[in-house]
Design a protein. Sequence first.
Length: 86
Amino acid sequence: GGWCACIRDADHERAVSILRWANLLNAGLVIFAGVFSLVGIADLAMLRVASIAVSVYLACFGTLLCCFEIRLSFVEKIVRRRFGFM
């Protein structure tokens, strides 16, 4: 039912559009998670390097995913060359 049937029954372009919007939503949530976890003043005050590194990594990965899904040409070339899984 529901979401999967919508993609399965859709034509190719509609399915790609649905998945692109889902990836953009996912990228937004990943960016939010990275920024939200970085805002924790306790981690910054205690200099918890691992926690700060994960927060920055999440924000950067989410931004990269968002730029890739928006189809920014210079980002797309870099991503396709270096990250084959995307």
